[in-house]
Every structure is written in C-alpha cells, then in structure tokens.
Write a protein that binds this ligand. Structure first.
Ligand code: SF4
Length: 494
C-alpha cells in the first residue's frame, strides 16, 4: 500500500496557541474540553486540570480556562461576577464570528448561525443573539414586499462546501449579509483532502485515514469530505484503534489529521504504517567535493548542502520521523582553513535566521548538540534564542555543531567527576548533550565514506547504518526512501 501524508494536516494555529497557554498552568478549571482530543485532555489532567461543563461548577475566585471554541457573553459575566481568574484561549477566528454577530444584532438584523447546535462553539455564538433576533427561516421572509436582510455566520469547522450551499439557499429567500466563514485552517485541510482524492482516484482503490477524535468536529468533517470525494474512509483516535484496522485491498492511502490532533499521534501512526524509524541521523558528507566537481567554491557546496537539509527535514516530517539529527561541524573541523571555518559559521547564522519561519510553520523544535563554548557569543545567542522559541514543538531537528562523539562522552564523564558520581550506563547517558532524545534508529552517511566519523558514538550502539556514494547536495527523496526501505527490511532482525 502506498502511503501519503496529506499536507497540511494537524494542529491549527488556534489550537496550538490554546495548548501553549494551557501547558503553563496547573490545577485550574477548564470550561469544556480545551480541544476535542483525548491525548491532549489526558495530558492536561495530569497537570491537574479539572474539566467542567457549566461555569456554575467552578468555585468562586478559582482560575478558569475558556477553550478555543469560545463562550457566550453570559458565561464571561458570570465568571467576572464570581471573582474568577479567566484565562481565555478563544481562537481569533471564533472571536471574529462573535464580533460579527454582535454587529448584526446592533444593527437590528436577524441572525442565522450555520452549524451544529450542540457544539460548544455554536452555543457560545448563539449566546450573542438576544431572544427574538434569531432567524426563523419559516417566518418574516418579506418586509413590506422587500426581502428581509439577515446576517449569517458559520461554525468555523463546518464542511466549506456545505456552508456555501446553505448560504446560497438562504440567498434565494433573504437579502443575506454573510460572514459565513469556515476558518482558514479547516478549509486548507479540507482542500488538501479533496486534492489528494482527485489525484488518487486514478483507477486504484484508494482510502483516506483521518487521525482524530470522533468528538472533534473538524476531524469528522475531513472524513465527510473524503467520503464525498469517493474515498474509502477510516477514522481513528488512538494507536490501538489504528492497529485493529484491516487495510487489505487499499492500494493508495492518504493520511490526514484534525486541527486538534497532536503531531505526536500523526508521527507515530505514520511510522507504524511505514515501519519507519523514529530517529534518523545523517552524516552530511560530500558538499565540498560536490562544489569542486562543478568548479565552484567549497562555500557554494555548503550552501547547496544547507538547502538540501531544508528539503530532507520536510521529507522526514511527511514520513512521520520525529527526530532528525545532522552532523554539521565536528570538533576536528576547527582545524580547517580559517576562511572556510568563518564562512561556515556565517552560513549557520544565516540559516538559523532564515529557517525560523519554516520551523514555526512545520512545528519543528531546533536544538544544538556539541561544545557550545566553542561558538562565538553572537552565534550562540542565535542558537539559544531559536531553541527557546521552538522548545514547545514536537518534531525535532538536532544539529551537531562543534561536535565529536568522543568529546561528548568525555564531557559527560567530566560532569560526573565534578559531582563525585560513580557512572553507570544510565547516569552517563543523563549527562550527554541531549539525554531525552532517543537513540537514532538509522544513521545515513552520504559521500561514499563508510566510517562513523566520531558521530553519536554512544547513541548509535544499536543503530542501523546506511551508506551511499551520493554527495550530500545531490541527496534526494528517492534516496531517503531507499534508506528507509532498507531500514524497514532489516528492522527487527537485530
Ligand atoms: S479549527 Fe479554526 S477556528 Fe478552530 S481553533 Fe483551529 S484555527 Fe481556530
């Protein structure tokens, strides 16, 4: 079965922001589920979150979180009147729908809300509409022979095509003023599913797997869109549910996830489906030779290599690989000609600045391993700033700079000596540069050499190795897939 990650998928900006706000809080009340996903809810419960369905269930004066779906004005008023400390994570798209309704109401228009009347978001929006101003589609179509003017808003996570149809229907009867907007994230994800289905329906039996909770409206809509496009649809909320599915007969499958599904679940599912590694490490060798073969400066080879890294990071993400560690600059590399070293340091600085937007877009955490004290204060500042700003993302790019496998072990041992500790494998591991990162499953070396070059000596004790003659700037998605296939074939035989 051919597996494809449908892009974009997963956590939207609204949910991401809500989670980032929520994760720093402890022992608070949360009105409704912060987002409709059991994995995230379980994590918040571990932080002491208490989820309640009514604001009246929150004690006076307590801290309460309003979810990304927003709340009715009466709920806010109640919270203020009872001295609660409110942490509001309402998504800006939902807040915009509230504002539009308030505007309609102020101008005396009747209001129609397209959405699921039981959904928390719709309940909150309806709370903005006073009695008698909600549109009854069976009454008041004409005011003195003129079509009545009405305001229309939609739940942000509706099926965009359904919303368009409903608005058109209303237009036949009313003079519609519409802000019937499905949010950008929802629309983008639905469009990507449609586009996959059009491409996949090429005489093959194709399917769409939606990763998301049944409680999540936007996940259910993704499944609905795929079904409307003729796909066989599977929807699962946990790895156990995924393991229980029989995919036999499916020739091509697109995988997507709802806007409240954590990337961790997506990655784990992709790895399971593809038998892919969790952590890939790469010795990016051959950029200098690549440049020389083309009569270019070595620096141009390193720049081409840096561009390749951006692509490889993207390809790894699409394959569910959570950790990518790359060997960029070894402790021995300081012995290279001064001009070359300076050029490389400048290139790192440029890449760090240029990549920040991509890291945020693809939710990638950046980390450095190596001897930080060897870097200039300016470069170290850039590195540590980016590390801090991306620390909450789940996927990781770990760049080894001024790194040596032996140096890492020596540094770890020295920390233990300073602490007067007798080392075991576990304690030594805890003093490595990134002790929480699992060992690499697969180490790829490009450039035709077949040594380990002092890279991740401790961590790669049980890793699979894949060597290729391809020079790093010429590495390709196909070559990555060959390495992953080779891993998949050998994996488990160890
Ligand atoms: S799905 Fe849209 S409206 Fe809902 S939280 Fe995400 S961005 Fe906001």
């Amino acid at each position: 079965m051919e597996i494809e990650a449908i892009e974009p998928h997963g956590l939207c900006s609204g949910v991401n922001a809500a989670i980032a706000k929520a994760l720093v809080l402890r022992n608070v009340y949360c009105l409704h589920e912060l987002v409709h996903n059991e994995i995230i809810i379980d994590e918040l419960k571990r932080l002491g979150y208490r989820f309640v369905k009514r604001i009246e269930d929150v004690p006076d004066g307590a801290a309460v979180v309003f979810s990304a779906h927003g709340v009715a004005p009466s709920v806010r008023e109640y919270a203020v009147a009872h001295g609660m400390k409110v942490v509001d994570t309402t998504c800006p798209f939902v807040a915009r729908a509230h504002k539009a309704v308030r505007n309609f109401v102020k101008r005396g228009l009747k209001v129609a809300v397209i959405g699921d009347t039981n959904h928390v978001e719709v309940i909150g929006i309806l709370g903005e509409v006073p009695n008698g101003q909600l549109l009854d589609v069976n009454k008041g179509k004409r005011q003195g022979g003129v079509r009545a003017r009405v305001g229309v808003v939609a739940q942000t996570t509706m099926n965009a095509d359904d919303v368009t149809r409903q608005v058109e229907k209303l237009r036949k009867v009313y003079d519609v003023e519409s802000v019937a907007e499905v949010c950008f994230a929802t629309k983008e994800r639905q469009d990507a599913v449609r586009e996959f289905c059009v491409r996949a329906a090429d005489g093959v039996r194709f399917a769409v797997l939606v990763l998301g909770s049944q409680k999540s409206a936007n996940s259910r809509r993704l499944a609905e869109v795929a079904r409307q496009c003729g796909a066989n649809v599977f929807m699962v909320g946990t790895m156990d549910e995924l393991r229980a599915i029989d995919f036999s007969g499916v020739e091509r499958m697109g995988v997507t996830s709802g806007a409240s599904t954590p990337e961790r679940f997506f990655n784990e599912a992709m790895r399971f489906l593809r038998n892919a590694p969790n952590h890939v490490a790469i010795i990016m060798d051959g950029s200098g030779r690549w440049a020389m073969q083309r009569g270019k400066r070595r620096g141009e080879g390193y720049e081409a290599g840096a561009r390749m890294l951006v692509d490889v990071l993207k390809w790894c993400g699409a394959r569910g690989i959570r950790y990518l560690t790359v060997y960029a600059f070894s402790t021995e590399s300081w012995k290279r000609p001064r001009a070359e070293v300076d050029g490389l340091m400048k290139l790192f600085a440029r890449m760090l600045k240029a990549s920040e937007r991509e890291f945020f877009k693809n939710r990638v955490r950046f980390r450095m391993i190596g001897r930080r004290g060897d870097l200039s204060p300016k470069l170290l500042g850039l590195v540590e700033g980016l590390e801090a700003r991306t620390a909450h993302f789940e996927r990781e790019l770990i760049v080894a700079i001024s790194y040596g496998g032996r140096a890492e072990i020596v540094d770890a041992v020295n920390v233990a000596i300073e602490k007067g500790e007798r080392l075991t494998e576990e304690t030594l591991r805890s003093y490595l540069y990134a002790p929480d990162v699992p060992d690499p499953d697969l180490v790829i070396r490009t450039g035709g050499e077949s040594s380990t070059s002092n890279f991740l000596l401790w961590e790669s004790a049980h890793s699979e190795y894949y060597f290729t003659d391809t020079l790093w700037p010429d590495f390709s998605e196909k070559e990555l897939d060959s390495a992953l296939e080779s891993y998949a074939m050998r994996h488990g035989a160890f």
